[in-house]
Design a protein around this ligand. Sequence first.
Ligand SMILES: Cc1ncc(COP(=O)(O)O)c(C=O)c1O
Length: 454
Amino acid sequence: MESTRFQLEQHEIPTHWYNVVADMPNPPAPPLGADGQPVAPERMAAIFPPAILEQEMSAERWIPIPEPVREIYRLWRPSPLIRAHRLEQMLGTPARIYYKNEGVSPAGSHKPNSAVPQAYYNRQAGIRRLTTETGAGQWGSSIAFAGQMFGIEVRVYMVKVSYQQKPFRRSMMQTWGAEVIASPSPMTQTGRDLLARDPDNQGSLGIAISEAVEEAASRADTNYALGSVLNHVALHQTIIGQEAKKQFEKAGDWPDIVFAPCGGGSSFAGAAFPFIADNAAGGRQGKTVRLVAVEPTSCPTLTKGTYAYDFGDASGFTPLMKMYTLGHDFMPPGIHAGGLRYHGASSLVSQLYHEGLIEAVAVPQLATFEAGVMFARAEGIIPAPESNHAIRATIDEALRCKATGEAKTLFFNLTGHGHFDMAAYDRYFTGELENYDYPAEAIQASLLHLPKVG
Ligand SMILES: Cc1ncc(COP(=O)(O)O)c(C=O)c1O
């Protein structure tokens, strides 16, 4: 009998996060201020606690996970690594397919892996209130849950289109005690300006970030928490890949290719970065692992963006980050993978892509839902629309293996379940869901507003 689930014991939860900076060929491009000079960490102390700022700048390979964080992780971690035998049979592929099920967390995705330490470090610094943004609601739910664990009040600015489409994500955040505001909102100057120009503005992740940062910067008792993009978020997510490596050892296998959806880049970083340590040391079991970020064709940051310094938010409150970007005021089409509707990508992911250490592909919306439905029918789990991007790319590779007869080992990050996304699945089944063209003109227009540096 071949095993399906590869489990770890509670004590095998990693004790350290892995910092990819230690294995990068070049130091990371620093964040810059408006004057074009690297931003001093003190400048960000108005919105982040010292421990987070230290992690943001750290080049240490291993960073210890505090015991109170591991204690909360134990509620759902280690997450299972699962061999998708039934999907392999459905596809008739000689490839071996594995996935890490991050949908088993309380919030239903990988996001609590970073929400929990962020809430912990803020509490440790005496902060009692956090603001944040959320797109599809996964990050907002996660920080609401984590805030509750450490006695911190949470206010979530939720992109208006999702606020309307996903009322139960909102209820979930309220159950964990958070306050949820539709963004753009009248609570901030950013929101008021945008609503004056267009009262029907449906919002974007970039706008919601601006609102949350604006509020946090204006109140001493309040800090800001970001669900992706920044180095410390990528760091926290590496618990995924580290567990997966131990599980692959138990399975007596090792991936040839890792796939993960890529919005801001944290789930990709989490699954892929720990394999960069092995690749840097010449590979394992004779293999270097290909690492593939999967993004939507309608918001193709890595595959069609420009590698440049840009703001992380729509209004230009954040420092400038060197990243692949579609322009900070690019408004992505309303695809259902709300977590992938972001104009930029993590600076670390961007640099690794620029230097050829990782790869990226873009896939259209309908093909992702087709893949998600195939996966659900074979494996039982209904994936989040974001996760469907990784599943599409994995299935495409498995079908290539079928054509060539190669028995590759494929691993993808099942970043979340789709239980709150059934309206999107409904639209797929009734034929209402559409593919959006690559928005070339909107991207070109937005790239004209890139800040001038140097
Ligand atoms: C289920 C799920 N997967 C993936 C993502 C993409 O984000 P990131 O690139 O930070 O992992 C999100 C973001 O909200 C998400 O909710």
